[in-house]
Design a binder for this molecule. Structure first.
Ligand code: FES
Length: 132
């Protein structure tokens, strides 16, 4: 029940605002610490505002040996953020993942639900521009 409520809040705000967590704790009559422990346990939940688009750069072995670190570096420089962060305009959040199951097409970058295979640093600007 708590998880599904938090999913609803996350989907409404794209993150879990602290005021909403306090409201959930109050309505369910459970300690706020319990709400936070669930909110921080699941990676799908975020306590910070997230960008409209989530960029996931695969750093799994197959992608890493094909240069995903250079792709990540280019995206970080292009957006002026590090992985784990969100751009100030809330356009993008950037994260790393360990495998998205498409190793043969690495380096893989996912943006929202879309796969971008055989990425390299030169392609980054053009791909990001599609999400303006
Ligand atoms: S290691 Fe990147 S998709 Fe599998």
């Amino acid at each position: 029940m708590l998880v599904s409520i938090l999913q609803d809040v996350q989907s409404a705000f794209q993150y879990l605002p602290k005021e909403a967590l306090a409201e959930v704790a109050k309505k369910l009559e459970i300690p706020l610490t319990k709400v936070y422990s669930v909110a921080t346990f699941f990676k799908a939940f975020s306590l910070m505002p997230r960008g409209r688009h989530l960029i996931s750069v695969c750093m799994g072995t197959a992608c890493h040996v094909r240069g995903s670190d250079k792709v990540l570096d280019k995206i970080e420089r292009e957006l002026s953020i590090k992985h784990g962060e969100t751009t100030a305009d809330l356009r993008f959040s950037l994260e790393t993942v360990n495998c998205v199951g498409a190793c043969a097409l690495g380096p893989m970058v996912m943006i929202d639900e879309e796969y971008h295979g055989q990425m390299n640093a030169e392609k980054v600007s053009a791909v990001l521009a599609k999400y303006a």
